[in-house]
Design a protein around this ligand. Structure first.
Ligand SMILES: [Mg+2]
Length: 256
């Protein structure tokens, strides 16, 4: 995996911006730096300004693990599309939303029964409606916290599926689209002929893996040596330069 700002990466970025791309971004760790308290995560005003400019010219989507209402207030600009809960919360499909929410009810019963032991292990439960996140970043003993989560989710349930992230275990309804299916649906819905996607976590890998050869995928951070993304940037601190490259290519396109 090469740095996006190398020759090959910049050529790929040129090629992307010559077409009609969908620009899709994860939120935490991609547009907003990871902070100790998830409540404090925000897109910086500088990034928000650039993203807002891009969103006026191209379809721009946020595809995040957070709930849609949660992320909306953290962006500082209005994207064309937001998909929340790792793909499960696509507001264009209200019927599916209701069913997916109900699918997690059996888990809610288990969570209610196990609230004491989970809290004791330092697991923070976040029910986002369309997904449930079991956070153990702040646990004193992360191994014991993860064991408590495993116990909670065993046996599994045909109504839902689980997947991991950075010190979090997520649960969504079994049939909920993942981020890869969401990005693909957004490409179709917006009439884009290719996609750009940037993400930093395990649940972003399906997008990297399912990307078509003419899409551009970027992993934020070098801590995933086996990532299927085509390129990487070092951290969210390089996102501003990436967006400037995109805006620069758009300006050239308009001028010529
Ligand atoms: Mg992320």
């Amino acid at each position: 995996m090469n740095h996006l700002f190398g020759n090959e990466g910049l050529r790929a970025l040129d090629e992307l911006m010559r077409g009609s791309p969908l620009l899709a971004f994860d939120f935490d760790g991609t547009l907003a730096p990871i902070v100790a308290s998830p409540e404090a995560a925000r897109v910086s005003p500088d990034l928000a300004r650039r993203l807002g400019e891009l969103a006026q010219r191209l379809p721009l989507a946020i595809v995040t693990g957070r709930g849609v209402p949660d992320v909306q207030g953290r962006l500082g600009f209005v994207p064309s599309h937001i998909v929340g809960s790792h793909g499960a919360e696509d507001l264009s499909d209200t019927e599916a939303l209701r069913e997916r929410r109900v699918c997690l009810d059996s888990l809610r019963v288990r969570l209610h029964a196990a609230a004491g032991p989970l809290q004791h292990r330092g697991v923070r439960v976040e029910d986002k409606g369309l997904s449930v996140a079991l956070h153990y970043r702040m646990a004193r003993d992360r191994g014991a916290a993860l064991a408590a989560i495993d116990q909670l989710l065993t046996p599994g349930d045909p109504a839902w599926r689980r997947f991991g992230g950075k010190f979090v275990v997520n649960v969504v309804s079994r049939d909920a689209p993942d981020k890869a299916a969401s990005v693909r649906a957004l490409v179709e819905r917006t009439g884009a002929d290719r996609a750009f996607f940037a993400g930093d976590d395990l649940n972003d890998e399906p997008v990297f893996e399912a990307a078509e050869p003419h899409w551009l995928t970027v992993r934020v951070g070098r801590d995933g040596p086996r990532s299927a993304a085509q390129f990487f940037i070092g951290s969210t601190a390089e996102m501003g330069a990436l967006l400037d490259h995109m805006l620069g290519r758009l300006a050239t396109r308009t001028a010529s």
